[in-house]
Design a protein around this ligand. Structure first.
Ligand SMILES: [Zn+2]
Ligand SMILES: [Zn+2]
Ligand SMILES: [Zn+2]
Ligand SMILES: [Zn+2]
Length: 113
């Protein structure tokens, strides 16, 4: 079986098309956008997540531009992810998340401005 590469929509790198996690940027959904809060698949242009209802466009804390909820701000390119403080987990989490989507622990936002 031939492996083929597909572009990660988050970082643009070519990775194995059956990869569950991008090995370049660590995204858990390399080929589609997922809600950072409930992980349901979302589409650019949607106003709110159909799973949890969170708005999918937010104001960037760095540049105050409006950006799609995504690992990086569309306007200034800064990372909007923080790392889960549970050392056994350490998963990247969206800075607005109250709880880690991987381990369920509370998150203290450590986004540095
Ligand atoms: Zn990637
Ligand atoms: Zn959601
Ligand atoms: Zn920004
Ligand atoms: Zn965690």
């Amino acid at each position: 079986m031939a492996f083929y590469k597909q572009q990660c929509i988050h970082c643009g790198q070519l990775i194995d098309s059956d990869a569950r996690v991008c090995n370049k940027c660590g995204s858990p959904s390399p080929f589609y956008y997922s809600c950072p809060t409930c992980l349901l698949e979302i589409n650019i242009g949607d106003a709110a997540c159909s799973g949890c209802g969170r708005p999918l466009y937010i104001t960037c804390p760095f540049c105050s531009g409006v950006t799609f909820v995504h690992a990086n701000c569309e306007k200034c390119g800064k990372s909007l992810m923080v790392q889960c403080q549970n050392h056994r987990c350490n998963q990247p989490q969206f800075f607005e998340n109250q709880k880690c989507t991987a381990c369920g622990k509370k998150i203290r936002s450590t986004l540095s401005k």
